[in-house]
Design a protein. Sequence first.
Length: 233
Amino acid sequence: MPKRGKRYRALLEKVDLNKVYSIEEAAALIPQIKSAKFDETVEVHVKLGIDPKKSDQNVRSTVALPHGTGRSVRVLAIAKGEKIAEAQAAGADIAAGEEIIQEILDGRSDFDAVVATPDVMGAVGSKLGRILGPKGLLPNPKAGTVGFNIGEMVREIKAGRIEFRNDKTGVVHGPVGKASFAPEKIAENVRAFIKAVESAKPDGAKGTYLRSIYLTTTMGPSIKVSTSTAHQS
């Protein structure tokens, strides 16, 4: 077991490790387990009953959090013609044509999300796949980041839409707000996230799908959340 610092141990005393909390109870604890000088991110971690080694059981989708993430997202939109202006009008921080591909190859990285229209994906995928792919930034139809409705995609991402996917251990992670959020807003975001994860359940998954749910902050301890309360409104 790793040795915990005095600050962390003090925060841990505020969480009953033998208790399984409702979403509302867990959200109400967030103000008590934050301690960093910065506004910590609130994260939800969901263990799924899937076999991540099987491609037909992998989970990947998006969710529009009702209260956003509390984080400003810099969106890059790559398109052609009038779609560039559409993306810019929708709030894209960078809206450009295929010429920006070379800039990214040269090291440009001042963006947190990338959307693109289908007519530029050939160039984007072949030239930027090795750069954007490992960072999870390569536009993908399944992630809702490829389409001719580029203005809508930009607005949704700026408003708090996030992508989630399971890791190699079958766990889905996602930011669901900031520690400064009111507990009820955190709870509503958590419910929206879990509902989206449930909606993305692969047909090949058997048995219990939601195995465990934990809520935590960037620097704080984890709070175990009841999977049954996730279904309550």
